[in-house]
Ligand binder design. Structure first.
Ligand code: COA
Length: 369
């Protein structure tokens, strides 16, 4: 929204870079990542392949480097002291990434960031559960190793595939706040690790990446579709926002929501054929989420008739990551595990083509006496 002088504090519509990485069409609800529609990329690519596309590097090389980076990150865990025990998942991730050494090799740094992120997220969860972190297996698929390290059991293949679809889908998204942060830091000539650490700080905020945990809290609090409307009205009357609704760019439903719904249905189907109960739980959760989404749209439309406030990526992230078996305290850091691929790609692009990003401000303080 513009202030009284017309200066737009949210920088809406200001283009700060040419990019080949992703294109967000907010009017039509279309997201293109590295030249592919997100729906196609999520169905056909494992996470390392998306990294390879974004980093313009051979897939086999990227797979190998990320595996090696997971092993190296695990060796360095002891440097973190008690950060894994004391800090929140995002603070532990920020601290852990801060220990990485940058080099002159951008691809090595990017792989090192992505590998370390998975290890740090998993080790944080294990430490919280008073269990020893599990060593990575560099020969495994990244998502399979991520889930194995985090949950301590052999992951079902459909869960690793669901996590691949999730990480690929969130790997890049135009000039979002954390990506912009990474580009600003890079534009000063700083290194990739500093840019990524700054980006984690930006992603931590509830208006950006911190919403899916609260979305699940909301679904728990509502419990039954019949209670949704009253609960939502009460939240808005109390001056709070509905988490997982609204977006700066999208004026229609976020296309990533449908990608996640599809993945949740696949997980429910696989679970139902193995064990009836788990499949039923996932289906019930999805049904509740869809009902709450419909009510939230309607309540928000009544209060903001001029602004389309529809479900964003984080609404169904909550249901998908829960169905994959991850606890809600890990949702924001798992988002970071995917977006790290895009941050690193933007750092490479900014370095290659960008200039110092240095906007101006309008002084409204007192004049000197
Ligand atoms: N719940 C209730 N009201 C909302 C809302 C939500 N989720 N999202 C926007 N609004 C309202 C604002 O209160 C504002 O009302 P006002 O004009 O009466 O003050 C209006 O809609 C415009 O909001 P604004 O903050 O200008 O939109 P934005 O483009 O700056 O914000 C978000 C986009 C994502 C920050 C915002 O929609 C939001 O806070 N969503 C909830 C958090 C979330 O899901 N974050 C994850 C984003 S992917």
């Amino acid at each position: 929204m513009a202030d009284a002088k017309g200066h737009d504090s949210g920088l809406e519509g200001i283009v700060v870079a040419d990019t080949r990485l992703s294109d967000v069409d907010g009017e039509r609800g279309r997201l293109v990542i590295a030249g592919r529609d997100v729906e196609v990329l999520a169905q056909t690519s494992r996470f390392e392949e998306a990294c390879a596309l974004l980093w313009e590097a051979p897939t086999e090389d990227v797979v190998r480097r990320i595996g090696v980076a997971r092993a190296a990150a695990f060796e360095r865990l002891s440097q973190l002291g008690d950060a894994l025990e004391r800090a929140s998942a995002m603070d532990a991730l920020r601290a852990g990434l801060g220990h990485l050494q940058s080099s002159d090799d951008a691809l090595a740094d990017a792989a090192s960031v992505v590998g370390a992120t998975a290890v740090l997220v998993a080790a944080w969860l294990r430490t919280r559960a008073r269990a020893a972190p599990i060593a990575p297996d560099p020969s495994r698929r990244h998502t399979e190793d991520f889930l194995r390290m985090a949950l301590g059991v052999e992951p079902k293949p459909e869960r690793s595939r669901g996590l691949d679809a999730y990480l690929v889908t969130v790997s890049d998204h135009g000039m979002n706040a954390s990506t912009f942060t990474a580009r600003v830091i890079t534009s000063t000539g700083s290194d990739m690790i500093s840019a990524v650490v700054g980006a984690v700080g930006a992603l931590k905020g509830p208006l950006h990446g911190g919403a899916p945990g609260p979305v699940l809290d909301m679904l728990d609090a509502i419990g039954d579709p019949a209670h949704a409307r009253v609960w939502l009205e009460h939240e808005l009357d109390a001056g709070r926002r509905i988490m997982g609704m609204g977006h700066r760019i999208y004026r229609v439903r976020d296309p990533r929501a449908a990608v996640f719904e599809d993945q949740i249905e696949r997980l429910a189907e696989a679970a139902a054929s193995a064990r009836g109960d788990e499949g039923r739980r996932v289906r019930e959760r999805l049904a509740l989420a869809r009902a709450v989404e419909r009510e939230a749209e309607s309540v928000l439309a009544a209060r903001h008739p001029d602004r389309a406030l529809r479900a964003n990526v984080e609404f169904f992230t909550a249901v998908l990551l829960e169905a994959i078996g991850l606890p809600r305290e890990l949702f924001a850091s798992t988002f970071a595990a995917g977006r790290a691929a895009g941050w690193c790609a933007h750092v490479m692009e900014q370095r290659a083509r960008g200039r110092l990003i240095r906007p101006a401000s309008h002084y409204i303080g007192p004049a000197p006496a």
